[in-house]
Design a protein around this ligand. Structure first.
Ligand code: G3I
Length: 361
């Protein structure tokens, strides 16, 4: 059954007040709410994480202190991408990835692997970009060997993986400017997920993408494919909604994206949350300055995301991960922007307070 027909049926049931059990969901527990005073982010009823970078882990003690005090899940922003790990066919440099994974393990923090298969040129090693073959079986072998090597190496230390990242366009079509799609075809995702499962039977395996909060076509395409893959016996455990949003993002669409990902079945990871205050998706204003008004709008949006996420069954809540930890290190910083819950001096922002309100009210 296609996801879209499943949605229509379940939303029809829900609209007439029927109690609709989401697929794969345990009965709704009502997790005890922590007290507002002295509550920290990781007191949420699900994992709260951040994307991190090795130079800051190594050289900035405040960065490590905030992570240990506030977070219980980590994602390497760049150090576990193919261009960072694979130095040549069959050759790897684990140094930076190991530093982060060891930090997570030593501090009893969950480690999420990002990302095994991605189309982006700046995340592919040169040897892949230069590999001169159009033989499908050869490329399947390349992909399966890479995934097996990497997932096996981190087995037992990395709990979950973004197996494939960003396979669809915003209009719901397959992303064809994608070496994996071009060399293997639409079934490249099947091979990738099966290879990851074979290497680590215990890891949670995700499909990860952006734009589900603004494109219904993309949401439908992703859920249709995830459900089709499951029907083919492909091991997909959940969907990562990147959630790179801004203070003007549509709140109802954010709730819809989370709900539909949950209806699609399996775990839901808000995997790369940040709330931009500078309209980077159109044309950032280089003269923008941080104001209390922007801070309050950002607070409301962060609070809304956490409140929306808490409406799906607890059993499907894999967690919420910020794409960064503090404003002095963000992919959006130079726009300029201040998209994260901690400011450039690691002080808690109103955004932080909004999250605490969401998890304690
Ligand atoms: O480390 C090198 C440095 O040595 C070199 O001097 C410099 C200039 O060439 O490049 C540095 O590497 C850059 C790296 O970020 C670290 O800063 C890469 O060029 C640059 O491509 C890379 O950008 C990352 C981007 O993904 C592509 O991998 C961003 O930091 C990272 O935030 C961004 O994250 C992505 C997620 O993985 C997927 N979802 C979207 C998200 C935002 O684009």
């Amino acid at each position: 059954m296609l996801y879209s027909s499943l949605i229509v049926g379940m939303l029809a049931l829900a609209s007439c007040g029927a109690n609709v059990d989401l697929p794969g969901a345990a009965p709704d527990e009502d997790p005890k709410k922590p007290e507002p005073t002295e509550t920290v982010l990781k007191d949420a009823p699900f994992k709260v994480g951040g994307a991190v970078t090795v130079p800051l882990l190594k050289n900035n003690s405040q960065y490590g202190d905030v992570i240990k005090a506030e977070l219980n899940s980590l994602t390497s922003e760049n150090d576990m991408k193919m261009n960072a790990l694979s130095t040549a066919e069959g050759a790897y440099d684990w140094t930076n990835a190991d530093y982060t994974v060891n930090f997570a393990v030593e501090n009893d923090i969950r480690m999420h692997g990002h990302t095994l298969i991605w189309y982006r040129e700046d995340a592919l090693p040169q040897w892949i970009k230069e590999y001169a073959s159009d033989d499908k079986d050869e490329w399947i072998e390349i992909m399966e060997t890479y995934i097996d090597d990497v997932v096996t190496y981190f087995k037992g230390r990395v709990d979950s993986w973004d197996v494939v990242n960003e396979a669809f366009e915003d209009d719901g079509e397959w992303r064809t400017e994608n070496i994996w799609y071009q060399k293997i075809g639409e079934d490249y995702m099947d091979y990738a997920f099966k290879a990851a499962r074979k290497a680590d039977p215990d890891a949670k395996l995700f499909y990860n993408d952006y734009g589900m909060e603004y494109s219904a076509a993309k949401r439908t395409a992703i859920c249709d494919e995830v459900m089709a893959m499951k029907s083919r016996g492909v091991p997909v455990d959940g969907i990562g909604i990147q959630m790179h949003i801004n203070i003007t993002s549509d709140k109802s669409s954010i709730q819809t994206a989370i709900n539909e990902a949950a209806l699609c079945g399996g775990l839901v990871h808000v995997s790369e949350l940040d709330v931009a205050v500078n309209p980077y998706h159109v044309a950032p204003d280089p003269s923008l300055v941080w104001t209390e008004e922007l801070a309050q709008k950002q607070k409301e949006m962060y609070k809304h995301v956490f409140e929306s996420y808490m409406t799906i069954p607890a059993a499907q809540q894999f967690g919420i991960t910020f794409w960064g930890v503090y404003d002095d290190h963000s992919w959006l910083k130079e726009n300029p922007d201040w998209p994260l819950p901690f400011d450039r001096e690691f002080e808690k922002k109103p955004a932080y307070d909004g999250i605490i309100e969401a998890i304690t009210e």
